[in-house]
Design a protein around this ligand. Structure first.
Ligand code: TPP
Ligand code: SF4
Ligand code: SF4
Ligand code: SF4
Length: 705
């Protein structure tokens, strides 16, 4: 990119792992300044710089500075928020305006931005300004770096061509250099699955270290990990012997006695959110967050070995039975770019572990479409053994439910064609062999069951492919082979989509009676922080800056009135089994299903941070802020009440404490203290009113007709 040569005076890199990943200094002027957030001291940093960078620094006489903003931010209580420290360091070393003036302006801006969030947050940011100035350090650039020879780029190894030719350049911010011809054969926009696995972002400051002797093998860490970066593995003795040296394993417990057990983290895919370690229920914690650097060298080859060589032994247990069992299945949604600790992604991951191989997803625009597919990265991937995985597409915010219904109806039409073709073949005298006929009959009988249609398809497909040349029926069936196994149609989106903008369509789809499953990840705001009809009374959001005045819409109760829609309201951190139960029932229900999942989000400003998302869900339910229930129309036919209230009587004394943990509520206290008290009381009243409604539903009498 010649055109960029020498246009910038200053470059800063806030994320240490970008070193070596991007051409960071491209365009930096001779005598310019480079500021790096480095977790190492000056000498160690020098050892980690790529040769190209060293050469550039020396040849262009760059002023090079480092600061350990990651460590400082953590010490100041700012978590991973390094921006203020880096900004202050920028003013200190760049000299664009007198530094005293810069400090004054930065502090004014801090008060303006965070004043309403409280003195503690303001003071932390003031301290960050001071730290940025005090700890930034100049690093001497040896002149001999200017004559370093550059090593040839390492070979592609086992990276597929699609990754090396398309994904890698785009990830290195060199996508603009790709010729149009690189995309020949992809004119329809289809993209390879599982590209996120090649990113290896390495963004975690600390990752979990497993302490095998403390582990009770519950697999909860894997269930809750928003990034699928920690997984349980079952190993045979031979697999243990071939593992990288020093790999700790323990004897499998219960039904898994024949195997050795290990929890393995993928160090470069972990975001360091800490959710796994927080959830770990072992009496002595079996996960300990330790610096990435200290663990990377030993754990990376272990991850590669576990994932690629040992693989997933989900068949050893019935994966549908328990949360623990399900985690032995490979997640088909991994390493997404969602925020560390995101409350939405664990819900999706579990669905892919259950149904991913036969799943089609229609995704509404929103966070789930961004982390679901931002070219070149997609976390939806294929099962390593079967090669099958979810088919995924994003549609407009305003029509996604309809899009999902269309996909479903389209697939069903093709399956109907398969049935008609087989029936015609069966009726057409003796043309087909007895073996083919038997397989066709088996398929027709089981076409609406995933397991039965797969078993029949496995028999039928090789036979029809062999006979396709001489038989028109076989040819037609072979051409439609992708429709042989029953599909699990899912429609994903957030509350902004489901409660507001896409609601008309969602209602229409639910009313259609078609066999589709909807997952609403309810963050109670649009991503970007705007108020939606899912935002509760008293919460501050964009377009509700003085606190929302209207109570949260009960989307689930509305859908329930159809009487033929399966509905569940869930929060996996509050009841892990209830969520598993709900998604199994939703998929099994032969009609429309709606699952509404409470999802903590960075927009809530929970004071315990996103690593505590699961605990937040638990507290939401314990305090009566959120309720767990399921409405299964199939129960009515048995003379039972279709409504089950799964959460216990809340402890209402915890309600105010719960909302006071979140900036979306507490910020109102600063701005409008009087109204805040009234609105918070109204929020609790609404929650109690809502719970009362659920109690009445749960008490209803149903008799067999
Ligand atoms: C008709 C329309 N209006 C607005 C937008 C911009 N937009 C895209 S995603 C989004 C917010 C999505 O929020 P939500 O549905 O709650 O999902 P989340 O991102 O919280 O998961 C908005 C406003 C759009 N794409 N289309
Ligand atoms: S720290 Fe977060 S991302 Fe990393 S393994 Fe644990 S839960 Fe997953
Ligand atoms: S959550 Fe803790 S005890 Fe459970 S499997 Fe993970 S490390 Fe072991
Ligand atoms: S903004 Fe919220 S929902 Fe979106 S990825 Fe981040 S935490 Fe998840």
């Amino acid at each position: 990119m010649e055109g960029l040569q020498g246009i910038m005076d200053f470059v800063a890199c806030h994320v240490p792992s970008y070193l070596g990943k991007y051409d960071l200094l491209k365009g930096l002027k001779d005598g310019g300044t480079f500021l790096l957030n480095s977790t190492w001291d000056a000498e160690t940093t020098k050892g980690h710089l790529p040769a190209e960078m060293k050469r550039y620094l020396a040849q262009h006489k760059i002023n090079f500075y480092i600061i350990n903003a990651t460590k400082l931010a953590a010490e100041l209580g700012l978590g991973s928020r390094t921006n203020t420290i880096m900004q202050s360091a920028f003013f200190k070393v760049s000299g664009v305006i007198p530094f005293d003036k810069a400090v004054e302006e930065m502090k004014k801006a801090i008060y303006k931005s965070y004043g309403k969030k409280g003195d503690q947050i303001v003071n932390m940011n003031y301290a960050a300004v001071d730290a940025g100035a005090n700890y930034v350090e100049r690093v001497e650039v040896p002149s001999q770096w200017g004559s370093l020879t550059l090593e040839a780029k390492t070979a592609a190894g086992d990276r597929p061509e699609f990754i090396t030719k398309i994904v890698d350049p785009i990830n290195a911010l060199a996508g603009d250099d790709l010729p149009v011809s690189a995309f020949v054969g992809r004119e329809d926009g289809t993209w390879e699955a599982g590209t996120s696995a090649y990113e290896k972002r390495g963004i975690a400051a600390a990752i979990p270290a497993w302490v095998g002797e403390n582990c009770i093998q519950c697999n909860q860490c894997a269930y809750v990990c928003p990034h699928a970066a920690i997984r349980p593995f079952l190993l045979t003795e031979a697999e243990v012997s071939a593992a990288p040296s020093g790999t700790q394993v323990v004897d499998g417990n219960g039904a898994l006695k024949e195997y050795k057990f290990r929890i393995q983290v993928s160090p470069l895919d972990c975001t360091g959110c800490g959710s796994c370690a927080n959830v770990c229920p072992a009496p002595k914690k079996a996960l300990d967050m330790k610096p990435l650097e200290a663990q990377l060298v030993a754990e990376e080859p272990r991850w590669e070995y576990m994932h690629h060589k040992v693989g997933y032994k989900a068949g050893v247990v019935d994966k549908t039975k328990t949360v623990k069992n399900l985690q032995f299945e490979q997640p088909l949604f991994e390493f997404s770019g969602a925020c560390a600790g995101c409350g939405e992604t664990p819900y999706i991951k579990a669905i892919t572990q259950l149904f991913g191989e036969d799943m089609i997803v229609a995704n509404a625009t929103g966070c789930s479409s961004i982390y679901g597919g931002s070219a070149p990265s997609t976390p939806y991937c294929k099962n390593r053994v079967s090669g099958r995985g979810p088919a995924w597409a994003n549609s407009l915010f305003e029509d996604n439910a309809e899009f999902g219904l269309g996909l479903h109806v389209g697939v069903e039409k093709m399956r109907e064609r398969l049935r008609l073709t087989m029936e015609a073949a069966l009726a057409d005298g003796g043309k087909c062999s007895a073996q083919i006929k038997a397989a066709m009959q088996e398929w027709i009988a089981g076409m609406n069951s995933t397991e039965a249609s797969r078993a029949a398809a496995d028999k039928l497909l090789p036979l029809v492919e062999k006979s396709a040349a001489g038989c028109e029926y076989c040819k037609q069936i072979a051409e439609l082979k992708q429709y042989l196994v029953k599909k699990s149609q899912w429609i994903f989106g957030g509350d902004g989509w489901a409660y507001d903008i896409g609601y008309g369509g969602l209602d229409h789809v639910l009313a259609s009676g078609q066999d589709v499953n909807v997952l609403v990840m309810d963050t109670e705001v649009y991503s970007g922080g705007q108020s939606s009809k899912a935002t509760p009374v008293g919460a501050v959001a964009k377009f509700a800056s003085a606190g929302k005045r209207i109570r949260k819409k009960d989307l689930g109760a509305m859908a329930m009135t159809y009487g033929y829609v399966y509905v569940a309201q869930v929060a996996m951190g509050a009841n892990q089994n209830q969520y598993l139960q709900a998604i199994k029932e939703a998929e099994a229900y032969p009609g429309p299903s709606l699952v509404i999942a409470y999802a903590p989000c960075i927009n809530h400003g929970n004071k315990y941070g996103m690593g505590m998302s699961q605990t937040t869900e638990k507290k939401a339910v314990e305090s009566g802020y959120w309720h767990l229930w399921r409405y299964n129309p199939l129960l009515e036919a048995e003379g039972k009440n279709p409504f089950t209230l799964d959460s216990k009587e809340p402890d209402w004394s915890k309600f105010q404490e719960f909302i006071h943990d979140e900036v979306r509520y507490t910020s109102l206290l600063k701005l409008f203290p009087k109204e805040a008290e009234e609105l918070f009381a109204a929020a609790q009243e609404n929650a109690q009113w809502r719970y009362g409604t659920y109690l009445r539903f749960a008490a209803m009498e149903y008799a067999k007709k």
